[in-house]
Design a protein around this ligand. Structure first.
Ligand code: BT5
Length: 325
């Protein structure tokens, strides 16, 4: 949001009655044409601003924006003190997280943005992250993990998200190996894990979360309408994103703490209970070709274990599930 827009909103928020265009202009040090233009911009962003000729403007309702003050307040109320960086628009919160990590950002640092212009999934795929609809954020982790165990981190965090969506919002969220949270066949949240490795160990992980919150079906591009969903579509509720971020972070960090101290073993049962593909015939596309078999489980490194038709056991570290029988 531009400075003038923020100024006008702050003035309107602090005034119980109507404020004239001239008063607003004087207070912000601009002309009344600038005020008129800024009010139109704010309206197009979802602010409901009432106007009475001669009396001026009054703020009736503000949209649920990813706003630094709101986010910081929600996080401060709910967990450990941490560094939080809030942006209106970034290329990708993972890019910003990586840059901050290079500058020394601590474990637990959060980067959140209203919009990503180049939000990405795995293998450079696009992640739709328009303003006003989702929770697009990254978490900087500084683990000391065997590189082979790092792919389990996405699953552990997906478990945290699914559990939070179930407990708080009654959504029947499941974990879809290796990095999705789904409701039936539709994806509600995708997780991107980008790690730096030193001497066979993961020393830095930037975990990116894309959670669809306020979308109605038409907010998704046509090609995603059959395979994406949002909290609003599942519950008919418009959930406030600042509070939601605090809840999701709390749940993710709880699972991550168990993973860090005890490994994957104690999370596996919970994860398998929320993994509908276990026991089903599954086809996975990997970098080295396709593997088909009955999904038996997930091993300690987060790999999916399949039994092929010939009875062979195969562990797949990364890939995309294209069919579940
Ligand atoms: C993922 O990749 O699911 C990981 C997505 C991670 C996004 C977050 S947002 C914050 C952080 N910053 C980033 O730049 N990224 C992370 P993958 O499994 O490769 O799935 C990508 C596929 O999901 C796309 O090819 C689409 O088919 C689909 N997709 C794209 N946008 C979607 C959305 N908003 N909701 C549901 N599906 C979507």
């Amino acid at each position: 949001m531009k400075d003038l827009d923020t100024e006008i909103i702050l003035r309107l928020k602090s005034s119980p009655g109507y404020v004239t265009r001239d008063e607003l202009g004087k207070a912000c040090g601009v002309g009344s044409c600038d005020v008129l233009q800024a009010v139109e911009t704010l309206r197009s962003r979802g602010y409901r601003i009432d106007e009475i000729p001669g009396e001026g403007y009054r703020l009736v309702a503000a949209p649920d924006l990813i706003d630094a003050c709101e986010i910081k307040t929600a996080l401060a109320d709910s967990g450990p003190t941490r560094e939080v960086h809030v942006f209106t628009s970034v290329t990708s919160t993972n890019d910003v997280g990586a840059r901050l990590a290079k500058q020394g950002a601590d474990h637990g640092t959060v980067v959140v943005a209203e919009e990503q212009t180049e939000g990405r999934g795995r293998l450079g795929r696009r992640w739709e992250s328009p303003p006003g609809l989702g929770l697009w954020f990254s978490l900087v982790l500084r683990p000391d993990l065997d590189a082979r165990a790092s792919s389990a981190v996405s699953l552990v965090c997906a478990l945290g998200v699914a559990v939070a969506l179930r407990k708080r919002y009654g959504i029947k969220a499941d974990v879809k190996w290796p990095n999705d949270v789904v409701v039936g066949p539709r994806k509600i949240c995708g997780i991107l894990t980008e790690a730096d490795f030193t001497d066979g160990r993961a020393s830095l992980i930037i975990l990116g979360f894309g959670l669809n919150v306020l979308h109605v079906l038409n907010d998704f591009p046509p090609e995603l309408r059959g395979k994406a969903t949002s909290i609003r579509l599942e519950t008919n509720r418009r959930v406030g994103r600042a509070k939601l971020l605090a809840e999701i972070l709390g749940a993710v960090e709880e699972k991550y703490a168990i993973f860090s101290s005890e490994g994957f073993v104690n999370l596996r049962r919970e994860l398998l209970a929320l993994s509908p593909l276990i026991g089903k015939v599954t086809r996975v596309v990997t970098g080295g070709g396709e593997v088909e078999g009955t999904a038996l489980g997930i091993d300690d490194t987060g790999a999916l274990v399949l039994r092929t038709e010939s009875g062979q056991l195969r562990s797949v570290i990364a890939g995309d599930i294209v069919r579940v029988g």
